[in-house]
Design a protein around this ligand. Structure first.
Ligand code: PGA
Length: 255
């Protein structure tokens, strides 16, 4: 049985004090039993991570970053290393988000290096893949996503692949209010699971956690999280309010 994972990607939102306030509210609204059945992850901006960890304490809510640098340390002005993330209390890190691919020109090869650096330090990488609107209209989404997976996961062994989470986020659904239909999303998730089975083996593919992301909210979570191969969500907009985020967690709890 795969445990559901509900992850909030806060992007470039919330100051340190706003982060503290939102986390206090989330902790207040969340029922302890929800955290037994659902893994919950929040990913605030870098500058808030340490403060966030202090608020989360040993609440069982996991903390993640939104990016990582692929080198160990050194003269990389403005960058943040794996060691720093671990020391700030992170257990997870998002890699290869489509906004990083689009605005910061991150390639699959770079994402592969970041992912390996995260694994080296015991961080769980949440690797994002997904096609653009143009690619979906040309009906090449399967090739695009499988290509991203092949390159992003290149060189991982059977043990390493079991430590990662994959998030399918169709670019046309991110922040647009346009959600993939549950059937469209599940079809891609089944494809990813089958592809992981081809690359690794069936047991690994059955256990890997596959998140859906792209305008997931408390209104459409019920339908999306009911699908056979959707194991949770990577949530942007709807993770910025405690009420909607906790509602989604409660929906996941009952799946
Ligand atoms: P959204 O963002 O929920 O605001 O569409 C999701 C994401 O980019 O991870």
């Amino acid at each position: 049985m795969r445990k559901k994972l509900i992850a909030g990607n806060w992007k470039m939102n919330k100051t340190v004090s706003e982060t503290e306030e939102l986390l206090v509210n989330i902790k207040h609204l969340i029922h302890g039993d929800a955290l037994q059945t659902v893994d919950v992850l929040v990913c605030p901006p870098f500058v808030s991570l340490y403060a966030a960890k202090n608020i989360l304490g040993n609440s069982n809510i996991h903390l993640g970053a939104q990016n990582i640098h692929q080198e160990e340390e050194g003269a990389y002005t403005g960058e943040v290393s794996a060691k720093m993330l671990v020391n700030s209390g992170c257990s997870h890190v998002i890699v290869g988000h489509s906004e990083r691919r689009q605005y910061f020109i991150e390639t699959n090869e770079l994402i592969n290096l970041k992912l390996k650096k995260a694994l080296e330090h015991g961080l769980v990488p949440v690797v994002c893949v997904g096609e653009t609107l143009d690619q979906r209209e040309k009906n090449v989404q399967i090739e695009i996503v499988n290509g991203q997976i092949t390159k992003c996961l290149a060189g991982l062994d059977d043990e390493e692949i079991q430590k990662i989470v994959i998030a399918y986020e169709p670019v046309w659904a991110i922040g647009t209010g346009k959600t993939a239909t549950p059937e469209q999303a599940n079809e891609m998730h089944i494809n990813i699971r089958n592809f992981i089975s081809e690359l690794f083996n069936n047991e690994i593919s059955e256990n890997i956690v596959l998140l859906y992301g792209g305008s997931l909210n408390d209104k459409n979570a019920e339908e999306l999280l009911s699908m056979s191969d959707i194991d949770g969500g990577l949530i942007g907009g709807a993770s910025l309010k405690a009420e909607s985020f906790v509602k989604i967690i409660n929906i996941a709890k009952n799946k």
